[in-house]
Design a protein around this ligand. Structure first.
Ligand SMILES: Nc1ccn([C@@H]2O[C@H](COP(=O)(O)OP(=O)(O)OP(=O)(O)O)[C@@H](O)[C@H]2O)c(=O)n1
Ligand SMILES: O=C(CO)[C@H](O)[C@H](O)COP(=O)(O)O
Length: 437
């Protein structure tokens, strides 16, 4: 039976992760399309020994979501990708099924992995061989293979890989080497070194005509399955197909060590912090403060739009933002915040990414009373606790109006720095706190 979540439109993704690299906020047009079928295999059956963690890296969580879900979403948002086969180890099957349900992934089939990466990939490919009536999967023309631990792959690059695979039989992402490759003697001395400019690192994604890569796996040896690391090599050796190589962005790197998990989290946080929305009332003080925040946050590389309170439930501005600043003047209006929280819940806006909601309470009275304000806004704690269960991070900031222009400018600057920090850090521990700007 369909749940409420099945019927709602999923929020769009935050700005492309490329934007972090290039500084550009350009969106890739949503109408990219191709006229052949494409499916994806995500090998996720490894144990992540090199991280030194007990949890396999694909199930390590940041911002309340496991790494594997970010990678799945990178493919699932693309209209021309039909199915995603996720290959996991036996003891992770239940966890994977739970992840699929919790984050509402719709195109995923979970398949049992093997003892090496190549065995896992072959198991993923074999899932398309099941008789059609027994399976929801249709054999695709092109299959894209991508490590589950490379979460930042973009549509424009996948399109290049898919088209090149269709034309050439195989294609793969490459990057310039960052270190020189050397051969060592068995005694640990330098044997020889390779000319760095001549070589490239082979990365993922890789694309293949499905029949070609399947045949390569059917023919390959036990040694290939046990020790091989390169699918492109298999199609060359067993099918005579020379892959087309395409240089990709550095964000395709593979999460391998513990520090890579921190890097991935930072990239997601930075991307989420690119835009914010100030919800403001109609009074002069409120609109003036909203305008000032738009300017000061703009200098910190945040694109801020201002939306009047009466439009706050409009889905158009909600679906493109993960950060909201609600400005109130004098009257403390937790009811408005409650309504926003409800809207986020109804639109499932915080299922994939945490939403930051900041109440900025401006006191313009002659003699502001801290105790009265505290009493009026005291309920923010309970509301924040309730919101946190829905992945909404609610904070409050108090600001007293000052007449002196210079002091006022300083206070607004201070306020915008606190706001920017709350948005960038997305710290769940500080939710429900009232801060003083
Ligand atoms: N038996 C295996 C081994 C690896 N993989 C997957 O292949 C990808 C790339 O492999 P790697 O980075 O080496 O992952 P691990 O094998 O998990 O890491 P480590 O080598 O540090 O143990 C990962 O998504 C990993 O889950 C897999 O599906 N099945
Ligand atoms: O980059 C690759 C593409 O050819 C590797 O084969 C792939 O990512 C496997 O990683 P590892 O060798 O660490 O298991």
């Amino acid at each position: 039976m369909g749940t409420k979540r099945d019927n709602i439109v999923r929020p769009i993704n935050p700005a492309s992760f490329h934007a972090v690299e290039t500084g550009s906020r350009e969106h890739i047009p949503g109408c990219l399309s191709i006229d052949f079928s494409v499916a994806v295999v995500l090998p996720a059956g490894g144990s992540g020994e090199r991280t030194g963690l007990s949890t396999p890296k694909q199930f390590c969580t940041f911002l309340n979501r496991p790494l594997i879900s970010y990678t799945i979403q990178a493919f699932e948002r693309i209209a021309w990708i039909e199915n995603i086969v996720v290959v996991v180890a036996k003891n992770s099957i239940d966890l994977m099924v739970k992840v699929v349900q919790q984050f509402g992934h719709k195109k995923v089939k979970v398949v049992l992995g093997g003892s090496t990466r190549h065995r896992s990939i072959f198991n993923g490919l074999k899932a398309f061989e099941e008789r059609e009536e027994d399976s929801a999967l249709k054999k695709p023309k092109v299959v894209i293979i991508h490590d589950a631990v490379r979460p930042f792959v973009e549509e424009d690059f996948l399109l290049k890989i898919a088209i090149a695979a269709k034309q050439q039989g195989a294609s793969g992402a490459i990057r310039p080497l960052v270190s020189t490759v050397i051969a060592t003697t068995s005694e640990g001395y330098l044997d020889h070194s390779l000319e760095r400019a001549k070589y490239r690192a082979s990365e993922m994604p890789q694309g293949f005509l499905y029949d070609t890569i399947y045949q390569a796996y059917v023919q390959c040896s036990e040694a290939d399955f046990e020790f091989g690391t390169e699918c492109l090599h298999l199609v060359l050796q067993y099918c005579g197909t020379n892959a087309r190589l395409i240089e990709g962005p550095h964000t395709l790197w593979k999460v391998t060590y513990k520090q890579d998990l921190f890097a991935a989290e930072s990239i997601i946080k930075e991307t989420l912090a690119q835009t914010a929305c100030v919800v403001t009332g109609l009074c002069e003080e409120s609109t003036r403060l909203a305008g000032a925040l738009q300017k000061t946050l703009g200098t910190q590389d945040m694109h801020v739009e201002i939306v009047p309170t009466k439009l706050r439930s409009s889905s158009t501005f909600i679906s493109t933002n993960w950060n909201f600043i609600h400005v109130t003047v004098n009257s403390a209006c937790l009811a408005d915040l409650e309504e926003l929280v409800k809207t986020f819940e109804e639109t499932a806006h915080s299922v994939l990414y945490s939403v930051v909601l900041i109440l900025v309470h401006l006191d313009v009275s002659e003699q502001p009373s801290a105790s009265e304000t505290m009493a009026a806004l005291g309920g923010i704690r309970n509301l924040a606790a309730e919101a946190k269960r829905r992945n909404i991070l609610l904070y409050g900031i108090l600001l007293n109006h000052v007449k002196d222009a210079e002091q006022w400018e300083e206070a607004v600057e201070n306020l915008s720095q606190i706001i920017a920090s709350l948005i960038k850090e997305r710290n769940p521990v500080l939710t429900g706190q009232l801060l003083w700007a």
